[in-house]
Design a protein around this ligand. Sequence first.
Ligand SMILES: Nc1ncnc2c1ncn2[C@@H]1O[C@H](COP(=O)(O)OP(=O)(O)OP(=O)(O)O)[C@@H](O)[C@H]1O
Length: 470
Amino acid sequence: MAHSILLVEDDKSIATVITQALREDGFDVTACESLARRDALLAGHTFDVMLTDVILSDGDGLASISTVREHAPRMPIIVLSAQNTLDTAVRASDSDAFEYFPKPFDLDELTQAVAQAVASRPVAEGSDDGEESALPLIGRSPAMQGVFRMITRVMRNDLTVLITGESGTGKELVAEAIYQLGARKTGPFIAVNMAAIPHDLLESELFGHERGAFTGAVSQQIGKFEQANGGTLFLDEIGDMPAEAQTRLLRALQSGRIRRVGGRQEIGVDVRIVAATNRDLVPMIADGRFREDLYYRLNVVPIHLPPLRERQEDIGALVRHFLGQAAGEGLPARQASSDAIDVLKAREWRGNVRELRNAVFRLALMARDDVIDESSVNDVLPATRIAEHADAKHGFDAALELWIETMQPGEGTLYHAALAAFEKPLFEHALERTEGNQLRAARMLGINRNTLRKRLAELDIAPESFNRRR
Ligand SMILES: Nc1ncnc2c1ncn2[C@@H]1O[C@H](COP(=O)(O)OP(=O)(O)OP(=O)(O)O)[C@@H](O)[C@H]1O
């Protein structure tokens, strides 16, 4: 269904031009010329986005935004103004307007802003499972605006998307937004995390298996591909996919058909693929750990999420958003002072938005006052949580705790995920020390050489890359 736009503009020629441009982009536009008409329309309809002029015959379109909010508390509003004064710009940014466009403006930029506004608004309506269906992607930083723009480009098609970015930057949330905003919203959204599934089970997890396909396959199993039929399949941590599964995935993407493990028959599937990774796949291609042809199949539309430290200007809005979420989950309702936000902005956030979210929830729970200030932040979130535990044992405990908190491994995956997270740097350390000599590394670790070789392959560690004489 087309997104509906309300345009409040008393200059007929401008109204006509904007209406036409938006209609060409597939929006459903209702135009009116006065505040009175605007309020009447808002009382009877729901609009996805409103565009409004400032000076209208019966009042000020900006000053009356609070009236609009009574009808549409969260609808993005784009302000258009011929009064290019700093005052109007400031008033627009003080109000909760989504965007401000001084006239004359570039029509393409305006239609793009409308598409972004549509993408950024909470998509609460139309879902029956209540709360967590809203997908507000918070962020007005240039970096996030770029992300919104990319999302709007894939909304109306089924192009394959590859989302990159460090852990916790919001890759899954973006994948869900793409799903929610697109035409496949009526179909399923199935997420599979390649890193959380033991490698020998991955193919049967993705493609299913027939009864008796391997020891333990006591009954037939439908894989995630088939479950996602008609919808979207989110392949998370795609860089952790073992070679054979990569080949099978490539074949499925090329043919649009899958074969269950141990099955003969090819089954057609209609699935949109959104993949994500926190690794840099390019060097993995060079090392032969990721198939180049698969990479090109997946990387049709790349969306990169920058780390949180590169978009500090989003931290204030994110903190407010998470405080709201925390209150919604029954934690005390709190606000953060601007000093508190500044302290939070100065932090490194290696776990990105996920770490910030956990920190805000902790603050909501533990802060002394309703308003969280700088000192509560410093008390509740000591900056050097690991360094404080100087002795090695506590260092491990604290690191594990922090790791669990930031990575939030899914139910039933903790043991394998933690072990992999621990083994990887350990093996890398051993290979570093032995310059990639697996025999010596195995001896140093005190494990069998074949065990080491197997685990290195499973963890995608290339021993030759540690050989400095290469
Ligand atoms: N821009 C954002 N606005 C609001 N919430 C966000 C945003 N980005 C991330 N989050 C929240 O932060 C948490 C982590 O996000 P998400 O799981 O999407 O990260 P990810 O990049 O997929 O992480 P990983 O690579 O570890 O799987 C989630 O709770 C998500 O809702």
